[in-house]
Design a protein around this ligand. Structure first.
Ligand SMILES: Nc1ncnc2c1ncn2[C@@H]1O[C@H](COP(=O)(O)OP(=O)(O)O)[C@@H](O)[C@H]1O
Ligand SMILES: [Mg+2]
Length: 364
């Protein structure tokens, strides 16, 4: 395995002063009571993988209280080290083998990971923006080109929105709008194409995992919902031009991939509105296992799976089905739970178990 992590070092990260942790190639279970630091360990790896914190918190909140800065460093089995530092009041920096990377995004793809945590429930329950963020994070880590399309699109969108606001005060010439609508249409059509393609392959996998984990047969369907009809560059460009006047009135851009959504239907009902807690939870897990499989197909090996606290709240049957899928599908995985027994024998037999207590880790 060329992506697997071998060693993790934390310094003043969350409630950890200093931590050196060996990570085995297979499965690791982190056990411990609440608020001991289990999620923080997963978060540190997620930070290196995605440049983001796990819980949507601001980066600075990761610095241990009272300290000036934090460091996270992971050594991979290949010998490559990936690092991240953050000093109070300045920008986070990412490193590859000790050398500073020009942009944070340069670290994407070095330590691919898929996380399944309670925060992911928002993908099913939350707003369209939660689902778009899920897509953007997945696709950016798999395809560097997607991230380029996305950043150009976002910049053009900001510029067009600024123009719309100015146009409320005084007449703006068409030329200024054309300047930003052209890249919006070009990049927007690409974003939609890549998202559509990805979801076309992802959908059947989610359906399969969902039915594998449900107690009675249930059909889950995933579809990409366009805010408008335009799938190619020309029609999107016409769309932006035609909605210009209405957009000036509202002060924002109404059409385009930044308004799209993913619809998740279970037994033909919108899971967001009508799914039971158990169904929503199963749907999120199925979605994430499917992203793991997609990443595995794309990368040629399984990314690191981080499973945070998902076992405790599932009923025994769903839990054992999930554990079985994890045991058969995952490569390297780190699971957190209060009691190691929650992981079930199939996983436990192959795991190294660590106990996390007040920001220290030991082998029980
Ligand atoms: N920046 C920080 N400095 C110090 N402690 C923190 C910081 N951020 C979070 N914590 C604390 O770290 C502890 C561990 O949190 P967490 O990793 O979520 O634990 P667990 O997953 O084991 O329940 C919590 O008590 C939390 O309040
Ligand atoms: Mg936790």
């Amino acid at each position: 395995m060329s992506f697997a992590a071998k060693h993790l070092r934390l310094s003043n990260f969350r409630n950890f002063g200093h931590l050196e942790l060996e990570i085995p190639n297979g499965f690791t279970i982190l056990t411990g009571q609440n608020a001991q630091g289990k999620t923080s360990i997963l978060e540190s790896l997620y930070w290196l993988s995605t440049t983001r914190m796990l819980r949507g918190t601001r980066d600075a909140e990761a610095i241990k209280q009272g300290e000036a800065g934090c460091l996270v460093e992971a050594e991979l089995v290949t010998g490559t080290t990936i690092g991240a530092t953050l000093e109070q009041g300045s920008r986070k920096k990412f490193y590859l083998n000790g050398a500073s990377l020009p942009r944070a995004s340069d670290v994407l793809g070095r330590l691919p990971c898929v996380v399944i945590s309670i925060f992911d429930l928002e993908i099913v329950r939350g707003d369209p923006s939660d689902r778009r963020l899920f897509l953007d994070i997945e696709l950016s880590s798999l395809f560097p080109a997607y991230l380029r399309h996305l950043s150009i699109y976002k910049r053009a969108l900001e510029q067009r929105n600024a123009l719309l606001k100015m146009a409320q005060e005084r007449a703006m010439d068409d030329f200024s709008f054309d300047t930003w609508e052209e890249p919006l249409a070009k990049e927007g059509a690409e974003l939609r194409r890549i998202r559509n393609e990805y979801l076309d392959s992802l959908g059947p996998k989610v359906t399969r995992y969902h039915s594998q984990m449900s107690s009675q047969p249930e059909v889950l369907q995933l579809s990409y919902i366009l805010k408008d009809e335009s799938t190619d560059r020309d029609s999107l460009l016409r769309g932006y031009q035609e909605t210009r006047r209405a957009d000036i009135h509202r002060g924002t851009t109404q059409i385009g991939p930044h308004r799209d959504d993913i619809e998740i239907r279970i037994e033909n009902k919108d899971a967001r509105l009508f799914g039971s807690q158990g169904q929503q939870r199963t749907a999120v897990i199925a979605l994430k296992l499917a992203t793991l499989e997609m990443a595995k197909e794309h990368l040629g090996e399984s990314p690191l799976l981080l499973l945070d606290d998902m076992l405790s709240d599932l009923d025994a049957e769903r839990r054992s089905r999930l554990c079985h899928v994890v045991a058969t599908e995952a490569g390297q995985a780190i699971l957190t739970c209060t009691e190691a027994s929650a992981a079930g024998e199939e996983i436990l037999d192959r795991s190294v178990v660590y106990a996390v207590k007040q920001g220290t880790v030991s082998q029980p």
